[in-house]
Design a protein around this ligand. Structure first.
Ligand code: ZN
Length: 213
């Protein structure tokens, strides 16, 4: 029985069109760069940074979206272990890590219940907040000496053509290394609650918790 205990939680799905609409409302540019039966991948640009959003269609595209992933890669930045540890302590939704000398920031959320604009806005807000902490951290440290001055709009380092050709493989390589998180039930993602707005004890103020599978 325990094998299937978490399975019922996984059947929530959100319409791709609504997510896309919300992304377009929140960022300056949103382009589909990869699609297959289980994923849609977007190249998303904001004023300050670029990143990739991956939607997972667990039961096919028509059935909707079961997970949303965000991934940014900062080419030419390699924060020290101390800065990386400090940064991970500040991030609410995402995790920052170094792989093959590059800095990656990854967030994954499993959808719950019915789609609502404010639910998705909460997730986007957490990602944007985390990204601002990352930008602050990388600006605290000079870029690698071989790189010189780095421009964030050119630091993403993913080739959209490559992602398009290998959508599933790209997701397998980058997104699915982490378990997804979910919005904290106890505080509805606000990170605090009660009359004194104390930090939520369930999620330690992050607003997100590990999904139970
Ligand atoms: Zn909470």
């Amino acid at each position: 029985m325990t094998l299937f205990a978490g399975k019922s939680k996984r059947h929530a799905s959100w319409p791709r069109a609504r997510i896309e609409e919300a992304l377009r409302g929140a960022f300056t540019s949103v382009l589909v760069i990869g699609e297959d039966v289980s994923h849609t991948i977007y190249d998303v640009a904001d004023r300050a940074f670029r990143f990739v959003v991956a939607l997972v269609h667990e039961d096919g595209v028509k059935a909707g979206v079961s997970e949303v992933g965000f991934l940014a890669r900062f080419v030419g930045f390699r924060p020290s272990d101390r800065v990386l540890r400090q940064l991970n302590g500040e991030l609410h939704l995402a995790a920052a890590f170094i792989e093959e000398g590059e800095l990656y920031v990854l967030a994954k959320v499993a959808v719950q219940g019915k789609f609502a604009d404010q639910k998705f806005a909460l997730i986007l807000g957490a990602w944007k907040r985390d990204m601002s902490f990352v930008l602050e951290a990388v600006q605290r440290e000079p870029p690698s000496p071989d790189r010189g001055h780095a421009d964030f709009s050119e630091t993403l380092g993913f080739d959209p053509g490559e992602i398009g050709r290998r959508t599933g493989a790209f997701c397998a390589a980058y997104f699915w290394r982490n378990e997804p998180k979910v919005v904290c039930d106890a505080c509805s993602g606000r990170g605090k609650g009660g009359l004194l707005a104390r930090e939520c004890a369930t999620c330690d103020g992050a607003g997100f918790v590990e999904a139970l599978r």
